[in-house]
Design a protein around this ligand. Sequence first.
Ligand SMILES: [Ca+2]
Ligand SMILES: [Ca+2]
Ligand SMILES: [Ca+2]
Length: 182
Amino acid sequence: MTSVLKDQKFSIVFDWFDQGRDGHLTRDDFQATARMFARVAHEDDHATAAAIHDAFDAWWELVLEHGDTGGDGRISREEFTTVMLVNVTAPEHFDRAVMAIADAVIRALDTDEDGVLSHDEYVRLYDVLGIPREHSSAAFAKLDLDGNGEISHAEFRQAISDFYLSADPDAPGNHLLGPVTP
Ligand SMILES: [Ca+2]
Ligand SMILES: [Ca+2]
Ligand SMILES: [Ca+2]
């Protein structure tokens, strides 16, 4: 198994984070992406918004410290896919920079506070992030691993792990952001 699939998934993330659409990632891009994610939180829920911003700050610091091999203070696509593979998804970094966002997002999406995400609760994430609905309903079906019509905290964490860590083309979490075809 090569890392072609992972490269492709990280490249999707790169395009998603490149809010300035200039082909490089900067601190501004990460902060803009954090603001977009923080919109899932209720306007009074400052703790969740802060957790999301802290995690994106940590992610950016990792990317800049370990990934800016060209030393120009911004991150090219190649620098990003490499630093994601080598550093950000390493066990000592992944929870703080990536899973912390997932945990905050789940709390914000579970508006009825029953500990699981219904279809309507889940697809609101995609609306906030600007991902088309046709992808969100397909993703919900794939990520609901036990098929009980709800996405549990564990199922969502598994999806995030699959997406960022798995080189398996059949991993359900590959569908997190829509179709992936290496
Ligand atoms: Ca660079
Ligand atoms: Ca719920
Ligand atoms: Ca389920």
